[in-house]
Design a protein around this ligand. Structure first.
Ligand SMILES: Nc1ncnc2c1ncn2[C@@H]1O[C@H](COP(=O)(O)OP(=O)(O)OP(=O)(O)O)[C@@H](O)[C@H]1O
Length: 322
């Protein structure tokens, strides 16, 4: 069953079209990633789904029911971990989680258990009596998550939960999300970090300018583009400087590479030569043979399958993070 069904959503902020006939279907038990650069409409789509924002056109159904601001029965089944840490500075970690949980659960005894479980879930046992001001950025993020999930929601929205988080806390957040899913939750995860999305999401939608550009599993998205692999060659010279290395390859060599049967693009940045190729069996040997024939001195050579950034680049002509 679709836990989320969004059809033809249009949202304007005055002249700006933030969501342009946006469609989204998320099924029960999946971690669905919304991947897009800053300003692509991820937060706006979430806020519309939560009925926190009005919209101009379209329909939103959650758990099979039409969502509107008065549907407290549906809201109780949803958890939100917002992009900005939203906690109360005067309350301790424990009191904060209890406060947010009390918005959904009125029974105090049940809440005591839920709050303890949430504290344990995010590993904040030692800090339960601390006020937010005493917590590091990573610990604050964990508190933000605990406040959003303590009432055991069936559907959880995580809006860029790892921005400005240290690698250790980031890993804790990502494994925590996978654990929530294994306990039965459906998750919508927004990010502009393709590595995170690849790590945890079952399906991904790539967004830009309020539109869905492509969606599918990471493998499906990568298979849908022309680029099959990217070969990166470090150029070397006897003198060893980057500039000298870059100038040691002339236009003729670059043209020779571009003329190879499966080469899509050749780019030279400093002393790194990147050759994007269609999927084919002999790309690496062909590229190396062409470079050897031109007496180009080579250092490290890597050959990698495409990334989600390549998918974004091929569809939009821009890098995901520029
Ligand atoms: N309250 C607002 N008033 C006017 N424009 C807004 C408002 N909120 C967002 N926008 C604009 O709408 C577009 C989509 O913004 P949104 O925050 O949904 O994108 P996002 O993908 O979540 O980006 P980010 O990762 O930066 O949060 C952007 O161009 C943004 O500047």
């Amino acid at each position: 069953m679709d836990i989320i069904a969004v059809e033809n959503l249009v949202k304007r902020y005055d002249d700006l079209l933030a969501l342009d006939h946006f469609n989204l279907h998320v099924t029960q038990g999946e971690i669905f990633g919304l991947l897009g650069p800053n300003g692509s409409g991820k937060t706006t789509s979430i806020n519309c789904m939560l009925a926190l924002l009005t919209y101009d056109r379209g329909t939103i159904r959650l758990f099979g029911e039409p969502m509107d601001p008065a549907r407290y029965d549906l809201k109780r089944r949803i958890g939100v971990v917002p992009q900005q840490v939203a906690v109360i500075n005067e309350l301790t970690v424990h009191e904060n989680i209890d406060y947010f949980c009390s918005l959904y659960v009125s029974d105090r005894t049940r809440r005591r258990t839920l709050v303890d479980e949430a504290i344990e879930f995010v590993g904040l046992e030692e800090f339960a009596a601390f006020r937010p001001g005493k917590l590091s950025g990573g610990l604050l993020r964990r508190l933000n998550i605990a406040c959003g999930i303590a009432h055991k929601p069936e559907l959880i929205f995580f809006d860029e939960p790892t921005v400005a988080v240290d690698p250790q806390s980031r890993n804790a957040v990502l494994t925590g999300i996978q654990r929530l899913r294994s306990e039965g939750a459906t998750v919508v995860y927004t990010s502009h970090y393709m590595e995170e999305v690849e790590q945890i999401c079952d399906r991904v939608m790539i967004m830009d300018h309020g539109r869905a550009l492509a969606q599918g599993t990471c493998d499906e998205l990568k298979r849908s583009i022309k680029t099959g692999e990217r070969i990166v060659v470090e150029l070397q010279t006897a003198s060893g400087t980057r500039e000298a290395a870059a100038s040691s390859i002339d236009k003729r060599e670059l043209d020779r590479l571009r003329a190879l049967p499966h080469v899509i693009d050749v780019a030279l940045t400093d002393n790194l030569l990147a050759v994007s190729c269609e999927a084919s069996e002999h790309n690496l040997t062909d590229v190396l043979a062409a470079l050897r024939a031109g007496n180009v001195r080579m250092g490290r050579i890597t050959c990698a399958p495409p990334t989600l950034n390549d998918v974004f680049l091929e569809i939009t002509g821009r890098e995901l993070r520029d």
